[in-house]
Write a protein that binds this ligand. Structure first.
Ligand code: DAH
Length: 338
């Protein structure tokens, strides 16, 4: 019996060594260790071994099984390695990898997200409105009379229906007050459209960010504090900000806001960045009529509004000289923001 164990072991080891692939290796395993395998057969004969030899027989059997199993495992590793090598034949794994081109956010997206981030931290919520607007939301409710130049067909894209492509995001002020109750504190980034001649500083589609804050006690100092803080967050804490009296139909008083920019090698310059003002009571009155209630009664509420051009902010931030670069998708320009 003992000799046959040794014979089975050496025969199995020869078979294992000779196996050329995983399949023949498995055959070799089954032939010796399988249910009907040679070693399994011998092992079942242990019952016939005399008591005094049982222990030695068992030890021999276990040693044979361990040796065969170890040989099987080792051969399997060798065979897998061969398979892997074969699969890689013809592939040069030492070649450097192709570089992956990382995408980047567009400067307009960057400046918009940054502006939204600052204003949201100050408690402004995002609001939205349609780009195809009616004259009521774009003009009438914003106290803009029928003879105002913005309403002229020369300046604005009209549809045959009488609707138009909104000329500013200020229409979202009206939409928001029609559907929400005070206090209202919103910002509305979005596209605006004008029949402008396209040049280095004008596009017929551009991007604005509107803001509106209405409550029972909103004052001019609130407006100044909010926008000064905003612009200093955006352009740096040392930025000088000035409010210059101006006229907008929907605010009274109204201002244009300038920031002073220190460009290297040039003397400091004031650059206009936004329009703003205290919401005109006539706008609240239009809201009351449209809503058919007095929640926005100009005797009860006050508010401030502001609007700025995001394209312009991006141009100032990065010293972009031509607004058309923002829409031309020239990779040489865009790559600078990655
Ligand atoms: N809508 C104005 C424009 O497009 C910008 C503006 C000025 C918005 C004053 C405002 C504001 O909300 O209060 O030129």
């Amino acid at each position: 019996m003992n000799e046959s164990i040794e014979a089975i072991q050496s025969e199995a080891l020869v078979q294992i060594m000779a196996a050329r692939d995983e399949r023949s290796l498995e055959d070799a395993r089954v032939a010796v260790l399988g249910k009907k395998g040679s070693l399994t057969g011998i092992a079942s004969g242990i019952k016939d071994v005399p008591q005094e030899n049982k222990a030695a027989f068992g030890q021999l059997l276990n040693a044979a099984r361990a040796a065969i199993t170890a040989a099987l495992e080792e051969k399997q590793v060798t065979l897998r390695d061969l398979t892997d090598r074969a699969a890689l034949a013809g592939i040069d794994v030492t070649l450097p990898p192709r570089t992956v081109m990382a995408g980047a956010l567009h400067p307009l997206t960057l400046i918009r997200d940054e502006a939204i981030g600052i204003l949201r931290r100050m408690g402004f919520a995002l609001a939205d409105g349609p780009e195809i607007e009616d004259e009521f939301h774009c003009f009438d409710a914003l106290n803009t009379p029928a003879d105002h130049p913005a309403r002229n067909e020369k300046d604005t894209f009209y549809f045959h229906s009488g609707k138009l492509l909104r000329t500013h995001t200020s229409s979202v002020q009206i939409r928001t007050m029609e559907s929400q109750s005070p206090p209202v504190r919103i910002i509305a980034p979005g596209s605006a459209y004008r029949r402008d001649e396209i040049d280095a500083t004008h596009l017929s589609v551009f991007n604005q960010l509107e803001g509106l804050y209405v409550d029972d006690d909103v004052s001019l100092p609130d407006l100044k504090g909010t926008l000064e803080y905003f612009l200093r967050e955006l352009f740096g804490t040392a930025t000088d900000v000035r409010f210059r009296p101006h006229f907008f139909p929907f605010t009274e008083p109204s201002f244009e806001i300038d920031v002073q920019l220190q460009i290297k090698g040039q003397s400091p310059r004031w650059i206009e960045v936004a329009g703003c003002g205290m919401v005109d009571p006539a706008v609240f009155e239009a809201i009351c009529q449209s809503r058919k209630d007095r929640i926005f009664d100009p005797e009860k509420v006050t508010g401030f509004a502001f609007g700025m051009g995001l394209d312009r902010l991006a141009m100032i931030r990065w010293g972009i000289k031509d607004i058309r670069l923002l829409i031309e998708n020239d990779a040489r320009f865009l790559r600078q923001f990655s």
